[in-house]
Design a protein around this ligand. Sequence first.
Ligand code: SF4
Ligand code: SF4
Length: 129
Amino acid sequence: MNGCREQGAWHRFVHSGRSVGRLEEGGTLMAATPVMQLPVISECAAESCAYNHEHTCHAAAITVGELDSPVCDTFMSADIEGGEPSVTGRVGACKMADCRHNTGLECHAPSITVGSEHEQVDCLTYART
Ligand code: SF4
Ligand code: SF4
């Protein structure tokens, strides 16, 4: 759920499904939360990914999980530089409801690592409950 939605007298701003702030009537922006608390990707070994530079992910917020495997759904093999060089990637959303770090389809691990497993690029921090 991205963008802005109206709810009563204020607007809630959401990014990757998380509330990041709200605008009260009169225009006062209330405390923003969580984007900076998204789990950081401490290392990613997928050098062929457009967002990867020297084992660091530069995608602002990746999505993990597809069907029943913790694949990095943001992986993109392309000869272009993706993401923002000054940003270290974080987990925006994760579909692996059976991971012990997952609550409400969001990751709550302090950090994750990503790398090759079973011939695909997976979250290596995935731990089945
Ligand atoms: S975590 Fe995913 S998007 Fe980021 S560099 Fe690795 S494969 Fe690419
Ligand atoms: S640690 Fe678990 S919840 Fe977090 S991104 Fe990996 S698979 Fe998803």
